[in-house]
Write a protein that binds this ligand. Structure first.
Ligand code: FAD
Ligand code: MG
Length: 347
C-alpha cells in the first residue's frame, strides 16, 4: 500500500485559509490530530476562536470512541469481534455500531450493492491498507471470496449483530463520514455557529465561514495532486466527500489497483479517478462517494435521481481531464478558468 492519506484534508485547509487571508484580518483557525489512519482537522470561524480547543477535544474523544468500536485494524473492536463470531452466535453491540451497520445496509440497498461493507474478505485479499499480497489474486481466489460478500446477510436484531460463517465487515467506506456527523452534533450541542470538520477528506460544515459567506473547499485534480480543478461552495450544514484512486491504492506486479473493490466482480474498480459527492450529511457523502465510484457516471446519475439532495462530480480516469457534474452541482461547483472547458453536465 502506498500513497499519502493526508492530502485531502491539507488541501482543504490550504484553500480555506488562502481565501480567508486575502482580505480578512481575522481568519478561521484549525487544530489537527490523527484518527482512523488519517488526519482530522477541526476549523472554526473567527467568532468561535475561543471555543476551538473544547470543540477539538470533544471531537477527538468521540472519534477515538468510534474508532475503538468500528476499526478492522483493532482486533478487539466490536467489528472485529463480529467477524470472530461469524457463524457462531450474535454479538451484542453498542448503539453506535448498530446504527452504523444499519446505515451501511441502507447505502447498500440504495446503491444496489455497489456499496457493500461485507466486501472485507476481498479488501484483505487485494491487500488494501495492509501489506500487498505477493501475487495478483487468481480468479479462483476471487470467486471463493465473492461467496462471502452480501450485505443483505448481515443480521441485525434488537441490539445484536450476526454474520454467516466466514463473513466480515469493513467500515472504511462509511465510518469516517458517520464520525463527522457526530462531530457536527457536538458542535451543535456546544452552540458553535461556524465550524468545519474534516476527517481524511470527509467534511461537514456548521453554519457559514462568516455571516453571508459559505465555507469553500477545493476539488483536487486526481492527476496532479497539488492542483485544484475548482471550488465547492458549501451551504450551512452541508457535507462533502471524495473517493479517489490517488491517495490509497495497491501496487501489484507493476500495476496500480484502486482500493475500492467492485463487490459484483471482486476486482478493483477501473475507469474512475475520483468521485466527489455533496449532500446534507457526511454519512451519505461517504457511502455514496464509494458506491458511485463503483457504479460510474452513467449508472450513478440514474441513482442520484432517487436522491435529489445529493450531487456528484465524476472525474474519469482518462486524459485529457474531464469533469462530469450532475445538474444540481452547477450551483455548488465553480471550476477554475483553465478547467471550465473540461466540465460537462450529466443530463
Ligand atoms: P472510501 O471510498 O470512503 O472508502 C474506501 C474503503 O472502503 C476501502 O479502502 C475499503 O476499506 C472499503 N471498500 C472498498 N470497496 C468497497 C465497496 N465496494 N463498498 C464498501 N466499502 C468498500 N487506515 C489505516 O491505515 N490505519 C488505521 O488504523 C485505520 N483505522 C481506521 C478505523 C476506522 C474506524 C475507519 C473507518 C477507517 C480506518 N482506516 C485506517 C482506514 C482509512 O482511513 C482508509 O483510508 C479509509 O477508510 C478509506 O477511505 P477513503 O475516504 O479514502 O475512501
Ligand atoms: Mg466512502
Amino acid at each position: 500500500m502506498r500513497g499519502s492519506l493526508y492530502g485531502a484534508s491539507l488541501l482543504t485547509a490550504a484553500v480555506l485559509l488562502a481565501t480567508a487571508c486575502s482580505w480578512r484580518p481575522s481568519v478561521p483557525i484549525s487544530e489537527t490530530f490523527n484518527s482512523m489512519g488519517t488526519v482530522a482537522r477541526v476549523t472554526v470561524g473567527p467568532q468561535d476562536r475561543e471555543r476551538l480547543p473544547q470543540l477539538t477535544a470533544e471531537v477527538h474523544k468521540e472519534f477515538s470512541t468510534l474508532e475503538d468500536l468500528l476499526s478492522t485494524y483493532q482486533p478487539d473492536s466490536e467489528i472485529s469481534r463480529l467477524a470472530a463470531r461469524a457463524g457462531q452466535a450474535p454479538v451484542r453491540v453498542s448503539a453506535e455500531t448498530y446504527r452504523v451497520l444499519e446505515l451501511a445496509r441502507h447505502y447498500g440497498e440504495l446503491t444496489d450493492g455497489a456499496f457493500d461493507v461485507t466486501v472485507a474478505p476481498l479488501v484483505r485479499l487485494w491487500g488494501v491498507g495492509l501489506k500487498p499480497p505477493d501475487h495478483v489474486p487468481s480468479p479462483d481466489e476471487i470467486r471463493t471470496r465473492l461467496q462471502l460478500v452480501d450485505f443483505r446477510r448481515i443480521e441485525l436484531n434488537d441490539g445484536t449483530a450476526h454474520l454467516p460463517a466466514g463473513m466480515s465487515v469493513d467500515l472504511g467506506g462509511i465510518g469516517k463520514g458517520y464520525a463527522v456527523d457526530r462531530a457536527f452534533d457536538i458542535a451543535g450541542r456546544l452552540q458553535i455557529d461556524s465550524a468545519m470538520v474534516d476527517l481524511g477528506g470527509n467534511i461537514r460544515t456548521v453554519g457559514q465561514a462568516e455571516p453571508g459567506v459559505n465555507w469553500t473547499i477545493g476539488v483536487r485534480n486526481p492527476f496532479e495532486r497539488e492542483v485544484i480543478v475548482g471550488k465547492l461552495s458549501l451551504a450551512a450544514g452541508m457535507a462533502v466527500a471524495t473517493s479517489g484512486n490517488y491517495e490509497r491504492f495497491v501496487e501489484l506486479g507493476g500495476r496500480r489497483y484502486s482500493h475500492i473493490i467492485d463487490p459484483r466482480t471482486g476486482y478493483p474498480v477501473e475507469g474512475m479517478a475520483g468521485v466527489t459527492v455533496v449532500a446534507p450529511d457526511a454519512t451519505m457523502t461517504d457511502g455514496l462517494s464509494t458506491g458511485l465510484f463503483v457504479l460510474g457516471a452513467a449508472k450513478g446519475k440514474e441513482l442520484l435521481r432517487r436522491v435529489p439532495s445529493a450531487n456528484a462530480l465524476f472525474i474519469p480516469d482518462k486524459s485529457p481531464i474531464e469533469i462530469w457534474i450532475t445538474p444540481g452541482m452547477k450551483a455548488v461547483f465553480v471550476p477554475l478558468p483553465e478547467f471550465s472547458s473540461s466540465v460537462r453536465i450529466l443530463n
